[in-house]
Design a protein around this ligand. Structure first.
Ligand code: SF4
Ligand code: SF4
Ligand code: SF4
Length: 303
């Protein structure tokens, strides 16, 4: 018997959808087992179609993106109510994603910048008709509803998606790996004596050696090893896009404490090496950080 599946998109780039479509013929492995009942990115489903379904009538619900608007929050809650197994699909859904970086500013500052002051604005006005209201802060979806499976990645690889779907369809447990990207990386690691950090386009990389040892900010040591170390394998430093290794609660804090231990530099020099520390250390998971949660708490208290 086929299993009913739904894919919902909250605020996101829809790259996770793309990763699913990138399966091409690989989709044939799982498609015969599935009946797609909601997937607005591909078929013209409306939210009323989802509302009309009985609770828990969807076997697998995949949620991509995070909540930037009140409509996102409504869709997320609906997906929870209608799905037996709810999957946080991609790092936006697990930890807030790149849009979580906006939590560094208040909502009115963001709206002002985007619609009134950005260099590209030619007709400054804040849209007020036919647009959903923004929520004040992006929160990880796990803070809003309970998920059964986390599938991190930006996006998760096609292989990650098939493995998760295959486990669900066969009733097997789906566990994330304990390993880090470093554990999957083929480069030779040595003792670290970092006296200077380079931008990734600077200098000449030795392709056999660890990029971090050579002074490139490679975050594989703090990042969950779920992608197969695809970036460092081709000499591009890991930016940490899959989120933290298991059991690390704050990805950026783990990175900062490790850099403090291995960088042989004065604190001021270390600070100057990273003009955008939040963007560098919390590329896709700032919304889940202690800093962002503390700011959210302080804002709620002020009200
Ligand atoms: S996790 Fe990455 S690829 Fe997926 S929707 Fe978010 S930004 Fe796009
Ligand atoms: S290159 Fe990056 S991922 Fe590979 S071992 Fe070094 S720090 Fe880890
Ligand atoms: S190596 Fe790092 S940046 Fe590249 S896909 Fe994996 S987690 Fe993301």
């Amino acid at each position: 018997m086929t299993k009913r599946i739904a894919m919902a998109q909250l605020t996101s780039c829809w790259g996770c959808d793309q990763s699913l479509l990138d399966l091409h013929l690989g989709l044939l492995e799982v498609l015969p087992e599935l009946e797609i009942v909601f997937w607005p990115a591909v078929v013209d489903f409306k939210i009323k179609d989802l509302e009309s379904m009985p609770d828990e009538s969807i076997h697998i619900g995949l949620v991509e993106g995070s909540c930037r608007t009140e409509d996102d929050v409504r869709l997320l809650n609906l997906m929870r109510a209608k799905s037996k197994i709810l999957v946080a699909w991609g790092v936006c859904s697990c930890y807030g994603g790149i849009q979580g970086l906006a939590n560094q500013w208040e909502l009115d500052e963001l709206v002002d910048r985007k619609f009134m002051k950005a260099d590209t604005v030619t007709d400054p006005r804040i849209p007020s008709e036919n647009v959903p209201a923004f929520v004040p802060q992006v929160r990880p979806n796990v803070d809003v509803v309970k998920f059964n499976i986390l599938l991190p990645g930006c996006p998760p690889t096609s292989k990650n998606i098939v493995e998760a779907l295959a486990a669900i369809l066969t009733g097997k447990p789906f566990d994330l790996p304990e390993k880090s990207v470093c554990d999957q990386c083929p480069k030779v690691k040595q003792d670290k004596h970092i006296t200077k950090f380079h931008r990734s386009h600077e200098g000449r990389i030795d392709p056999s050696k660890c990029l971090l040892d050579q002074g490139y900010l490679c975050l594989g040591f703090a990042t969950i090893g779920f992608c197969g170390a695809i970036c460092p394998t081709v000499n591009s430093p890991c930016k940490g896009c899959f989120g933290p290794v298991l059991r690390v609660k704050d990805h950026g804090a783990k990175i900062v404490s490790a850099l403090g231990a291995i960088a042989e530099m004065e604190p001021e020099q270390l600070k100057d090496s990273f003009p955008d520390p939040i963007g560098s250390f919390y590329f896709t998971d700032y919304a889940a950080s202690y800093l962002s949660r503390m700011r959210d708490k302080a804002r709620s208290k002020k009200k």
